[in-house]
Design a protein around this ligand. Structure first.
Ligand code: UDP
Length: 382
């Protein structure tokens, strides 16, 4: 009855479902939640403001194919994300850049540090903090220690429960030191938020006559793996399966649970039109939450009140909270590899996406990856 089964209706699942459906395949999408769009889920709250239930999601990409593909399903609102971090009690722009330098240091020191940066690095370069910390130049060493201590160390400890050195360098490198004056959080060619939200975008992608969407259904309800064979509704299934959930769950965690970091999302209504000076303000050194996001700064709304979100990182406990971020320790990678080897016994299952590949994909990476997997599986190219 179905040519393809897709487990999960986040962006990875939605894009692959649409691609297969558009080449005439009958696709079943099985989603555990009652709604689509995974952790990009958004909705208009009681204050009339579009909020992102699982934390702020800002779309940005340098990939024209990804932008063009998504633009078939949504209009975009022009939006450049801006983030500040509270350093010594004052919100300053991050990524830490040449403007930030002038906000945190007196002029003569800022001049000296700017000169040192420009002597050692090209204008426009992005330098990961762990790289800057290795600098031989005494001024840069001072700057690196300052930025590390004030912006990265305590935020990362809160966010991950680990020091920056214990997680992959790629994680802290996402927010580099920027030798320039561009205050935007991202520099990509294409940036924005979907005019009617991410959930509407995912719904539009899935709105295809060849797609059957089964919500509120665990994959165990429809699918079973026995030996090296797949059963769908009790019948042997030879079609393709795309799995976008946690890989350890597919194999009943037989090699142990893969570690994830979770976040408790606490929304608050503030009885004022506006709360803060940037869409997101990070608090590396104070409080138990990492950051506060004010959603009307992302999706403009003329409302008398405003909605803010405080993010409290916490340990992931299956069944109690949601898995957000894979924790990239050596041990976790090794466990993931075991699951991956197990999966390769099944010729027609492909694990794709942030959860199933155990990767820190942004939304654009997830869409790009889904399009590439489609090309690989079908032998079709763009
Ligand atoms: N980070 C930090 N201080 C900040 C912002 C980010 O130390 O003020 C580090 C932290 O380790 C974080 C990582 O950089 O997990 C990536 O930050 P990003 O804003 O990309 O995280 P996301 O929005 O995906 O949670």
């Amino acid at each position: 009855m179905f040519d393809a089964v897709i487990i999960g209706a986040g962006f990875t699942g939605a894009v692959l479902a649409e691609r297969f459906a558009s080449r005439g395949e009958k696709v079943l999408v099985v989603e555990r939640r009652k709604v689509v769009s995974g952790n990009c889920y958004d909705e208009v709250d009681a204050n009339g403001i579009l909020i992102h239930k699982f934390g702020p999601h800002i779309f940005h990409t340098d990939d024209a194919r990804v932008w063009k593909y998504l633009s078939r399903f949504t209009e975009w609102q022009i939006y450049f994300h801006r983030v500040k971090a509270v350093v010594d009690g004052k919100p300053v722009p991050i990524p830490f850049n040449l403007n930030t330098l002038r906000e945190v240091f007196p002029k003569n020191l800022a001049d000296k540090l700017e000169a040192a940066l420009l002597k050692n690095f090209e204008y426009g370069k992005k330098i990961p903090i762990l790289e800057l910390k290795k600098s031989a130049d005494a001024d840069l060493q001072f700057l690196a220690d300052f930025v590390y201590e004030k912006i990265f160390l305590h935020y990362t400890e809160k966010q991950w429960g680990l020091s920056p050195e214990k997680i992959s360098g790629a994680v802290t490198a996402r927010v580099p030191i920027f030798v320039g004056r561009d205050d935007r959080y991202f520099n990509d060619r294409f940036q924005g938020v979907p005019k009617r939200g991410y959930t509407r975008l995912a719904e539009n992608i899935l709105d295809h006559k060849n797609i059957k969407l089964l919500l509120n259904a665990d994959f165990h309800d429809v699918m079973a793996l026995r030996g090296e064979e797949i059963f769908l509704f009790g019948q042997k299934f030879g079609g393709r399966v795309i799995y976008t959930g946690q890989l350890d769950e597919l194999f009943d965690k037989k090699f142990g649970a893969l570690p994830y970091r979770s976040v408790a999302m606490k929304f608050e209504t503030i009885d004022a039109e506006k709360f803060q000076s940037a869409p997101s303000v990070n608090y590396p050194n104070n409080y138990n939450f990492t950051r506060i996001t004010e959603f009307k700064n992302i999706h403009p709304a003329h409302t008398p009140r405003t909605t803010i979100l405080k993010e409290f990182p916490q340990e992931y406990v299956a069944g109690e909270n949601e898995p957000y971020y894979p924790i990239f320790t050596e041990e976790a990678r090794a466990a993931y590899e075991k699951y991956s080897a197990e999966l390769s016994k099944f010729k027609n299952i492909t694990a794709v996406g942030r959860l199933a590949e155990y990767r820190y994909y942004d939304m654009d990476d997830a869409v790009k990856r889904a399009l590439e997997i489609f090309d690989e599986l079908t032998g079709e190219s763009r």
